[in-house]
Each structure stands twice: as C-alpha cells, then as structure tokens.
Design a protein around this ligand. Structure first.
Ligand SMILES: Nc1nc2c(ncn2[C@@H]2O[C@H](COP(=O)(O)OP(=O)(O)O)[C@@H](O)[C@H]2O)c(=O)[nH]1
Ligand SMILES: [Mg+2]
Length: 478
C-alpha cells in the first residue's frame, strides 16, 4: 500500500514499533570514558524524572539545556529520595518537541563509560516504563515526524559505516539534503510535464506529444530530466569506491618485485620477499588508503607456466582476482626486460584501460622504461610518489568526480540506485512511446511511475515494508 508523507491522521503514519517512549544505549558498551543512553517519546522526560535525583529540575527545564544529577533506583513503597540507591552520576541533555533529532521530547543521558554503568541506567529506565528501542527507531521517528527524508536517514548510517574521510564527506552531503534537493528538482520537472499532459488530455484533441508546439517542449523536458537522472546513477560508482574501496591487484611474472611493491604501498613487511621465483603461491590482501581512496590491495602469485600443483592453483586464483580488479599494477623486472607475455597483458584490449605498467628494479636495470611505464625501485621507494599519484588520477579520471554536474548530489545506497534506474527506464519508455506517436493516456501513467520512483527515494511516497526493511539495518540507539 502506498502512503503519502502528508499524513493527516495517525493511521496514515507508517508503522514501526509503536509510539511509546523508547530507550537505548547510543554508544558501545565497552571500556570508555563515557556512555550515552538515549530516550525519546511523548512523556519521556517525566518518565525519566522518576529515576532522577532532581525530578523538578528535569521536568521544568526548557529544551536544549543540560541538567546535572544522579540516576537512582526506581522508588519502591514511597521511599524517600535519600533512601534510594544511587546508580550513576550523570549529565542529561534535554530536548523538547519538535526541536529534537526525533521531533519528540527526548534526553541524552551521559553516564560513566564501561558496560556496567550504561546497563544499570538503561535497566532503571526500563523499570519505569521505557521500551527497548528497535534498530534505527530513533531515525525512523525523525523521518516519520518530517525531521529528515530517507536519503538523510541513509546518510546517517553511511557516516556510521564510513571507511574513509571522503566517504564520510559524501555521506554528510546526503545528510544535509543535497540528494533530496536534486531529486525534488528533477521531480518538479516531471510533475510539470505530467500536469501539462493531463491538461492536454482534458481539453484537446491531441493524441500524442511528439508533434510540434507544447508537445516537443514536454519531450525536451523529459529528456533533460533523464540526463540528470543518468548523471546521478553514474555518481554511484564513485560513492561505492569511497564506501567499499577499490580492488587494486599487483600482477606480473615471478620475481618482478610484486611482493616488494605490495609491502612498499602498505609500509610494512606483509608479503614474503625472496629471490626465489614462485615464492608467493596464493594471493594475499590488505587495506590501504591511497590519497583518501580506500584500496583493497592484493599481491598475487607470479603469472607463469608451472607444474607445481599449489603454485598452479595460486595462479588460477590470481587470474580470477584479476578479472574483478578495478585497477591492475603490472610489474616488469627492469633487469629481465619485457617478454611477449608482458606485452600481451599490458596492451591487450581488455587490460589496457585499467593497467598501470611499472618498470621495477630501476636501480639496477640496464636501461630506463618506455614513456608510459612508471620507473620504480621497490627496495628504496624511489618513484613511489609518482605511482600513488598515477593510481589516484586513474580513479579520479573514471568520471568519478561528478560534483559540478549534479550540484554535489550523489547516490549512496543500492536502494537509491535501483529506484533511479527504474525512473530512468520509465523516462526512456515515455520518450519511446511519444516517438512512436502513442496517445497521451498511455504515456501519462508511465511518467507518473517515474515520479513515484523518485518519491520512493526521498520517502515522500513510502510503503511500511520498505521503511521497516531499511531501518532494521540501522544500529540500536541510532
Ligand atoms: N635491486 C632491486 N631488487 C628488488 C627490487 N624489487 C624487488 N627486488 C628483489 O627482487 C626479488 C623478488 O622480489 P619479490 O618482491 O619477492 O618479487 P615477486 O616474486 O614478484 O613477488 C627479491 O630478492 C627482492 O629483494 C628493486 O626495486 N631493486
Ligand atoms: Mg611474491
């Protein structure tokens, strides 16, 4: 069932948990200086006051203030405050609806770190009526109360999971609404076409929109919208790169210096280096950040014909790893020179576009490399700077930096990508239908579907199950 975000009554609100006051620990329950326990919901401040040493100070304080006190055992049989056991000394940040993350009354209770204090505070809250929050329930409430759209909610989770600083920055953009703004702007274009179409349907004899006049303007607008959607879809590649990292595989013949280069890029002795060809018999990998790009770097078994059964298996596995690589660093031993196999690998049509050729052992090689090779000495690190620059510029040249073309907006999740692709398909179909002169009453529902797909991205149009599946993936307390 499709529900509109402009819910006027309770029944229209998507369902996730219920509207009771909830509590959860927002930080990891581990040895640390502080822990934060978070509560939210109507009446939550009054409820928490039942376990607070200064109940009036808490219930009377305005929003966005901090109150000092103690969390106490809940009162039994009308005990005086002094007779109740102290649980922990805390600072309580008080938020009042609607000026809070969730849009509800809420508290962030900062207590001492470690698992014992946080757990005891949380248990006291449960005993006075709070329910344990479901995963992502705070963010869900923020969405349901119109504080954030779905792309911002996903941005929150992306920040929590960011692997690199650039990944975090992009997610911050989505949290601040750059994607929502771009989607809404494209949607406005399509909605204007849709309403024009509906007017034409009501008042004119025009069957199709491929003809001149207003018809061609409408088609032009749909084509423009499609272009912008395509740019957004393309931006996903960059985002995945910054979120998941790029697979960079080091390949080449045995003894070329692959493991030495692997260790050099890693700045540690991870892979075994010897003068014995065939030392690396299976691939090994490690994460390294190259100018902010998280890279999954893999060292492989040297590519050669071998009768050794283990080495043979390693070579096979290296080959399949190469197939999935974003970038290959192909290493040549400058002393041994280039063989036919090397040439074949580097200049092979499929490999050429994503291979950087390295002329290693430049310190002892009898002559320098050709222009398009990077001269490197893996033992001293000479040439490393040029290599890392080349790796970075390779990734940035893959149309990875879309900022200027999409107003800084980019896609961050598979869900957003799938919906953008559906909207692109819808616009393609609209363009094809109008090209074939099909009547407006057949075209307009397809355009409506494109508009709805964009609405699904921001959550303006949502179904309870989409929301629940999405917020379930969040952490408890977020
Ligand atoms: N002189 C010199 N020796 C190197 C260089 N790179 C690697 N080696 C040596 O070449 C041999 C093979 O290196 P290794 O990294 O194990 O090659 P792999 O088989 O391709 O992994 C080792 O003895 C390394 O010390 C280099 O740049 N200069
Ligand atoms: Mg090796």
């Amino acid at each position: 069932m499709v529900k509109s975000k402009k819910w006027g009554c309770m029944d229209e609100k998507p369902y996730y948990g219920d509207s009771c006051p909830i509590a959860a620990c927002a930080t990891a329950l581990a040895i640390s200086a502080l822990s934060v326990i978070r509560v939210s919901g109507r009446g939550s401040i009054e409820m928490a006051a039942n376990v607070f040493s200064r109940p009036l100070a808490l219930t009377k304080t305005p929003g966005n203030t901090v109150v000092y006190g103690w969390i106490l055992e809940p009162s039994t049989n009308g005990q005086t405050e002094g007779a109740r056991q102290k649980i922990d000394e805390v600072l309580v940040s008080v938020y009042r609806a609607p000026a809070s993350y969730t849009g509800e009354d809420g508290l962030d209770i900062t207590c001492h770190g470690g698992s014992a204090a946080g757990t005891a505070v949380l248990n006291a809250l449960f005993r006075v009526g709070f329910r344990k929050a479901l995963p992502g329930e705070f963010s869900f409430r923020a969405f349901a109360n119109g504080r954030i759209d779905l792309t911002a909610a996903e941005g929150v989770m992306e920040i929590v999971g960011a692997k690199s600083d650039k990944g975090r920055q992009n997610a911050i953009g989505r949290l601040c609404g750059t994607l929502e703004k771009e989607i809404n702007s494209i949607k406005t274009l399509l909605v204007s076409v849709l309403s024009e179409m509906e007017l034409l349907l009501d008042y004119s004899e025009i069957d199709g929109i491929s003809g001149g006049g207003s018809g061609s303007t409408l088609i032009h607008t749909v084509a423009k919208a499609k272009e912008r959607l395509t740019r957004l879809a393309d931006s996903y590649k960059t985002q995945r790169l910054y979120q998941d990292g790029a697979l960079v595989v080091i390949a080449g013949r045995p003894n070329a210096g692959k493991s030495s280069i692997f260790n050099l890029l890693l700045k540690e002795e991870r892979s075994i280096v010897t003068e014995i060809p065939g030392t690396t018999r299976d691939w090994i990998e490690a994460w390294v950040s190259i100018n902010g790009i998280p890279v999954r770097l893999a060292d492989t078994a040297g590519l050669r014909e071998s009768t050794d059964i283990v080495e043979k298996l390693g070579i096979e596995r290296s080959k399949s790893l190469l197939e999935g690589a974003h970038l290959v660093l192909y290493v040549i031993d400058g002393c041994a020179g280039i063989t036919q196999e090397d040439e074949q690998f580097i200049y092979d049509g499929d490999n050429k576009k994503n291979t950087i050729a390295i002329w290693n052992k430049s310190d002892i090689a009898p002559h320098g490399p050709k222009d398009d090779y990077i001269a490197l000495c893996a033992t001293t690190g000479d040439g490393l700077d040029t290599l890392t620059k080349k790796i970075t510029s390779y990734f940035l040249s893959q149309k990875l930096n879309m900022d200027t073309e999409t107003g800084g907006a980019s896609l961050g999740t598979d869900r957003q990508k799938a919906l953008i692709e559906s909207a692109i398909e819808n616009t393609n179909e609209v363009l094809a239908m109008s090209h074939n002169g099909l009547p407006l009453d057949l075209i307009s529902p397809v355009l409506r579907a494109a508009v709805d797909n964009l609405g699904f991205i921001t959550g303006e149009v949502s179904t309870a199950d989409i929301l629940e599946t999405m917020f379930c993936k969040f952490c408890v307390g977020k």
